[in-house]
Structures are given as C-alpha cells and as structure tokens.
Design a protein around this ligand. Structure first.
Ligand SMILES: NC(=O)c1ccc[n+]([C@@H]2O[C@H](COP(=O)([O-])OP(=O)(O)OC[C@H]3O[C@@H](n4cnc5c(N)ncnc54)[C@H](O)[C@@H]3O)[C@@H](O)[C@H]2O)c1
Length: 259
C-alpha cells in the first residue's frame, strides 16, 4: 500500500459503530493501519462490536447519542484519554423511517432529522475540537437516496440531501483548519437496514421478503455491495491521498446513480 493511503496509527471515530456498515468501515480502517473508536447508543452492543474486531488495543468503544452534545463531549474525552488523539470521524449513525409521504408523522420525521442531520453536525463539531493543529478528515455516510430519492422514505431522502449539503459547507468553512470533509452515497448495502426495507416492501408488493432482498442489487454490479467495500472507500477518503478531493459526495452504488 502507498504510504499516502495509509492511516498509520491514526484514530478514527465511527458513529453508529454497532451497525452493519460500521463493521466494514472499522475493518477497512484497521486494514489501512489505523485505530478505531466505535461510538453507539447501546454500551453493551457497541462494546461487543469492538471486541468482535479482535484487535485488542487498536479498537475501543464508547456509548453516546449523537443528538446530545454533552454525551458526545464525554465520549470524545474518553476516546482521547484511551487512544491519545482523534484524527478522523466517520459520521455513520443513521436511521430510516419507512412509509408513504402522506403518512409521515412529525415525531418520526423529527427523530430522523435529529440523528441523520443534527447528529452529523454535532459529531463533526466535537471531532473538529479534538483534531487540533494537525487537522483531520471527516467522511459522512450519506446515501444515493439524498441524490435521487426513493418511495416510502421521504424524510430519509431529505435528511441525506441535507448531509450532502452539510458536507459542502463544512468543507468550505474548515479547509483553513486543515480539515477535509467528504461524503459517500452508498446504494443498497447488505445490512439489517436494507433487510428492513425489504421486509417493509415485500407484503406491499406481494413478494417474498428474502427474494425481494436478493433483487435489491445494483444492476451493473449484479450482487450486493458489502460493508467492507464501503469501508475501503471511506478509509481512502480519510487518508492524505484524498487531500485533493474536498466537499464531495461520491456515489458508491455500483453505478446506479450516474453522478
Ligand atoms: N444499509 C444500506 O443499504 C445503506 C445505504 C445507504 C446509506 N446507508 C447509511 O449508512 C449508515 C449505516 O447504516 P447501516 O446499514 O449500517 O445501519 P444499522 O442500523 O446497522 O446501523 C446504524 C447504527 O446507528 C446507531 N444509531 C442510531 N441512532 C443513533 C444515535 N442517536 N446515536 C448513536 N448511534 C445511533 C444504531 O444503534 C446502529 O447501530 C446510515 O447512516 C445509513 O443511513 C445505509
């Protein structure tokens, strides 16, 4: 591996760290020589996710709700105390509420916006406070849903479009602090989140859940995208080699979205 692509002991905080894509991101960051701090709501679940990586002191976990700045501050303080520094952040925590647009309830929409949008900005602020003079890198996990939109997830689509916008704003404002901010826009990745979408849609389309999940693959690719494949793109964007890519939201959906 080229040196510029190496993460070389850098500490990367991954929010939503107990989830499916987070596991693949953590594996890719470790593969590139970095260290990871997984952050998620449930203390036991995120501790188990860190332990499952099987890398001892190169991974840790912390419990926090990304919508709560005090929670985030405490978690980042714990991470710096354990790992000595923070060099990167992957804003991966996210939720999806499924249903037709005209049945969307205010409380559900508020929660989606709180986790997917407010949580991204608050975690970015917390990370930026810890990057210091060396600067750092942030990768936001948006979605191709933020570019093209899908049925039955109007709030989610809007929240991911907001993440794409936040990525541009933070990149612009924080460049002088040597912080590089980009986003990736995955399509369907083989995780529980995608399974929940198949479970929701199958009865409405009169289809079998498993069969429908099997068809939720990018046409050009002809197979599901795996979490570690998302992770390898994220690890590259966290590295020095990606310094010339700034404020971008890169589709990683097997060609489904041609921009
Ligand atoms: N799976 C896909 O097909 C897909 C496609 C495009 C984008 N994404 C995005 O990728 C990211 C990860 O998705 P995933 O498929 O791994 O989902 P997942 O449900 O497996 O993981 C999401 C994690 O976020 C955590 N989380 C939720 N609310 C939180 C909060 N307030 N504070 C801290 N953590 C919180 C959950 O506990 C969970 O562990 C999400 O942002 C999602 O929108 C997923």
């Amino acid at each position: 591996m080229m040196e510029a692509q190496s993460l070389n002991d850098r500490v990367v905080v991954i929010t939503g760290g107990a989830g499916g894509i987070a596991k693949g991101i953590a594996e890719a960051v470790l593969e590139a020589g970095g260290r990871v701090a997984l952050l998620d709501l449930d203390k036991a679940k995120v501790a188990a996710a860190a332990a499952a990586l099987n890398v001892r002191d190169r991974a840790m976990s912390a419990a926090a709700d990304v919508t709560d700045p005090a929670n985030l501050d405490a978690a980042f303080a714990e991470i710096v105390a354990r790992m000595g520094r923070v060099d990167g952040l992957v804003n991966n925590a996210g939720i999806v509420r499924l249903g037709p647009a005209d049945e969307t309830k205010p409380a559900g929409l508020d929660l989606e916006m709180a986790v997917n949008v407010k949580g991204v900005l608050l975690a970015a602020q917390a990370a930026a406070r810890h990057f210091g003079e060396r600067g750092g890198a942030i990768v936001n996990i948006a979605s191709n849903a933020g570019k093209v939109g899908y049925r039955n997830m109007a709030g989610y689509n809007a929240s991911k479009a907001a993440v794409i916008s936040l990525t541009r704003s933070l990149s612009l404002e924080w460049a002088e602090r040597r912080i590089n901010v980009n986003a990736v826009c995955p399509g369907g990745v083989a995780t529980d989140m995608l399974k929940s979408v198949a479970d929701f849609l199958a009865p409405r389309l009169g289809q079998d859940k498993e069969a429908l999940f099997g068809t939720m693959v990018p046409a050009q690719l002809g197979r599901h995208i795996q979490p570690v494949e998302v992770g390898r793109v994220v690890a590259f964007l966290l590295s020095d080699a990606a310094e010339i890519i700034r404020g971008q939201s890169i589709s990683i959906d097997g060609g489904d979205t041609p921009y």
